[in-house]
Design a protein around this ligand. Sequence first.
Ligand code: DLL
Length: 433
Amino acid sequence: MKYWNPTFECMSREEMTRLQTDRLIRTVKRVYHNVPHYRDKMQKMGLEPGDINSLEDLKKLPFTYKQDLRDTYPYGMFAVPLSEIVRIHASSGTTGKQTVVGYTRKDIDTWSEIMARALVCAKADKNAFVHVAYGYGLFTGGLGVHYGAERIGCSVIPVSGGNTKRQLQIMKDFGSTHLACTPSYALYMSEEMEELGIKKEELSLKAGIFGAEPWSSRMRDEIEKKLGIVALDIYGLSEVMGPGVSIECECKCGLHIAEDHFIPEIIDPETEEVLPPGSVGELVFTTITKEGLPLIRYRTRDLSSLNYEKCECGRTSVRMNKVTGRTDDMLIIRGVNVFPTQIESVLLEMGDTSPHYLLVVDRVNNLDILEVWVEMNQSMFSDEVRHIEQLEKKISRQIEMTLGIRATVKLVEPKSIERSQGKAVRIVDKRKI
Ligand code: DLL
C-alpha cells in the first residue's frame, strides 16, 4: 500500500484549492454563528462571513492565540454543544491552566484518517505491530497514533511511556515493527539496548514515527543506524488536532501537511504579514473540517517554511520543512511542553523563595534533564542545610505535580543569578540536538 487515501493525498492543486475554499467558507460561517469569541473578533474588524469567498480572503481573518483558549477556558471556544464532544485532551498553557481541546465523533474519525495516512508513509499495513510509546492520557500522542493504527488494521501495542527495560522486552517478544515515541526516547531506548546486550537484529522493528519535539538529521542518522530502521518525522499540536497534522514520506524532504483538513500559512511573527512560499516564519493553521474546536489562523509559534514543489513520492500536498525553533520561550522537555512562566507560578505560589530563577536544560544519555535554580531569600540563607534540602524536594514535588515533569531544584545564594539589563534570561539550554 503506497498511500492510504490517494484521492486526497494526491489531489491536483486546482482541486485542492476548490476543496479548501469550499471548506473554509463553511468553517467561517460555523465559527461566526457558534463561537461568540470569533463573532466578536470578526465584528470588531467589520467582517462578516460573506466577506470570505476565496483562499486569498484568509488573510482578512483574525488570528487565534493560545491566550484566546486560556481566556475562554475550558470550553468557551467549542463550536458544538458539549453533548457532541466525545473526547477531551489538553496541553500546557503558559501558566497554571491547561489548554483544553475537544473532539466530536467526526473529529476523531478525521484524526484517525490522517494518522492512518502517516503510518502508511512509514509502510505500516495490517500486518504491522505498532508499538505506541508516546504517553496516553491528556497528551495527544498515545491515543492519536493508536486510533490511526487501528484504522489501518495494525496490531496496536499501547505501551505508553516509561519503563524502558519492559518496553524493550515487549518490543522483542511481541515483534513490534513500528515504533512511535519522541526521537530522544528512541535514541535512549537504543542506548539501553546496548546496555542490556540486545542487538537490533533481535528486534523486528522496521520504521519509527518520531515527533512532539524538534530533532535534527544528525539525530535521525543515529536512530536509523542504532535501531536499523527508517525514522520519519511527525508533527502536530493539540490545538489543531494532535499528531498527524503533517508527516514525512520516504523521501524525507519535508512533512506533507494534511491540507484537506488544515490550511497552512507562514507569517512574519513581528509584522504578521503573510510570507511567500519558501520563506521561514511562523506557521499558522486554519482547520477546515473540525467540528469541536475549529480554529481560524492559529498561531503555532513554530518556525518553518512551506514547499509547494512536487514530491517524488507522488503526494501533492504542500510540505513544511522540519520545525527549527519557536518564536516564544516554550521548552519541550522529554516531549512535555514547558513554559518558564509555569515554573514561575509554582515558585510564587509556594512563596518560600525569591522570584529569581533559572532553568538549566541539558541532555544526558539522550534524556532531557531540567534543573531549576532558585535564589533563596536572605532569611533562609542562614538556615540549616537540612531545611534547604527539604525545601528543594518540596518545590521539586510541586513542579512534578503541576507540570508532570521531574526537575532537580537547586537553591542558590541570594543575588547569585545574573540580573539582566533587559528581558530576564530564564533559560540555559545546553542540549545539542
Ligand atoms: O506534541 C502532538 C504530537 C504528538 C506530535 C506526537 C507528534 C507526535 P502538543 O503537546 O500540543 O502536541 O505540542 C505541540 O510540539 O507546537 C511544536 O512546538 C512541538 N512539536 C510537535 N511535533 C514536532 C516535530 C504534540 N515533529 C508542539 N518537530 C508544537 C518539532 C514538534 N516540534
